[in-house]
Write a protein that binds this ligand. Structure first.
Ligand code: HEM
Length: 399
């Protein structure tokens, strides 16, 4: 199967209807009115304008993701906030994932990558999807400033990601059923238990908990933020890294990266462009407005398809091809992280995580092969449930 088909299978397994809609919308740029759903935006320029004009296009309103985030995570979770309160909070939280802190967190977790690559070199088969979930979970604990129980670090990190995925399953275009909300509440309570004790103690400087202490938030008020950082920090990386690695192997580009490690940054950009881990987001029109000559009525729901923006032919030649030699188009911006005031708060960390992991792979394991894979069905972010890899005869190539 080609790399494109594997990627399609992942997207289809996660969101069969949305993926079919996204495919159709690619031919209906800049946007497409879909009765009962809203206006689907695929054009990168139009989408960026909407995301940047946050006073006219808000996160909240009927049919928004934000309203479901509020039900599941509480009112204060960044991704469901608008206006001055959101800006002030983003400003206060900036130090949690500032570049130097992201760098030092990754430095601490580098040995996990070495151990995993050593095990590949010894001939083991590694489930890179599982490894990434554990790695992302450990990093999320560090970002937040909590510790997994001693001796159970991997199990707790896996559990953190599993519960984050469970809680995120309520996010979608439809209001979740009462049963789904009850299940999500069980996951939310389990996640809260990971952080409750840590919240009572002094936390490591610049960690999320330390900043929330400075803001004098009690645990219940802070919980939404702890949860959104756990979800945002773990599910994105768990989706992105295995998919990018699979793309490299399936397309035959992994060897090129091994030969030329200077390509790592380009691989991260191209890998995120091609996979767009967060396939879409939603904004609501606050009052009647015209964008790109298109009139939008108040309360219209805008479904902004990041996955289509990243394939906009105006910005990306041969957009449906995964080409690691593609030079990053600064005119387009890294749209897969969003734009405007809600642009991803974890940008610096995510970039470093991916660069670090891919450069350790390329430096230590000259050849990789996928021995088996399974996709996740119904996940918020299309992801591999299992991606088994080995070093396929790499022994012969070591010096
Ligand atoms: C490859 C990895 C990632 C991708 C592609 C990604 C993508 C995005 C996108 C597109 C948004 C904006 C959504 C919108 O406008 O509605 C966003 C927001 C956010 N991301 Fe990420 N993200 C990634 C990694 C991370 C990490 C590692 C963290 C935290 C440790 C994180 C935390 C957040 C938070 C808290 C928000 C909400 C920001 C706000 O609303 O002000 N993300 N992300």
């Amino acid at each position: 199967m080609s790399y494109t088909r594997h990627e399609e299978a992942l997207n289809f397994a996660a969101h069969p209807l949305l993926w079919a809609l996204a495919r159709m919308a690619r031919h209906r740029r800049p946007c497409w009115r879909v009765p009962g759903l809203g206006v689907v935006v695929s054009d990168a320029r139009m989408a960026r304008e909407i995301l940047s004009r946050d006073t006219e296009f808000t996160k909240n309103g009927p049919g928004s993701f934000a309203s479901v985030i509020s039900e599941g995570l509480g009112d204060m979770a960044l991704g469901n906030m608008d206006g001055a309160k959101h800006r002030e909070l983003r400003y206060a939280l900036a130090e949690v994932l500032a570049p130097e802190r992201a760098e030092s967190i990754i430095r601490e977790r580098r040995t996990d990558l070495y151990t995993m690559c050593d095990s590949l070199r010894r001939g083991s088969i590694v489930d890179i999807a599982r490894f990434t979930r554990g790695w992302a979970g450990r990093i999320a604990f560090d970002v937040i400033g909590a510790r997994p129980p001693a001796g159970e670090e991997d199990a707790a990190s896996q559990e953190l990601v599993r519960r984050s995925a469970g809680l995120s399953s309520i996010l979608g275009f439809r209001k979740p059923s009462a049963g789904a909300m009850r299940k999500a509440a069980v996951d939310r309570d389990a996640l809260a238990e990971f952080f409750r004790d840590a919240y009572r103690q002094p936390a490591p400087p610049r960690s999320l908990i330390a900043v929330l202490h400075d803001l004098q938030l009690d645990f219940e008020s802070a919980l939404g933020l702890l949860l959104i950082y756990a979800i945002g920090g773990t599910l994105t990386l768990s989706a992105a890294l295995p998919r990018i690695l699979a793309l490299l192997i399936d397309s035959g580009s992994y060897r090129e990266l091994v030969r030329n490690p200077a390509l790592t940054s380009q691989v991260v950009d191209e890998g995120l462009r091609f996979t767009t881990p967060l396939p879409g987001t939603v904004r609501i029109v606050r009052k009647p407005v015209v964008v790109d000559g298109i009139a939008l009525a108040a309360s219209t729901r805008l479904i902004i398809l990041t996955c289509n923006m990243a394939r906009d032919p105006e910005y990306f030649e041969n957009a449906n091809r995964f080409e690691i030699s593609r030079v990053y188009n600064s005119r387009a911006g890294r749209l897969w992280y969003g734009a405007g005031v809600h642009r991803c708060a974890g940008f610096s960390l995510a970039q470093r995580e991916l660069k670090e992991a891919l450069s350790v792979f390329a430096a230590r394991v000259p050849s990789l092969r996928i021995t088996d894979r399974r996709v996740t069905f119904g996940a918020l972010l299309p992801a591999y449930r299992e991606l088994l890899i080995d070093s396929s005869g790499a022994m012969h190539e070591w010096r």
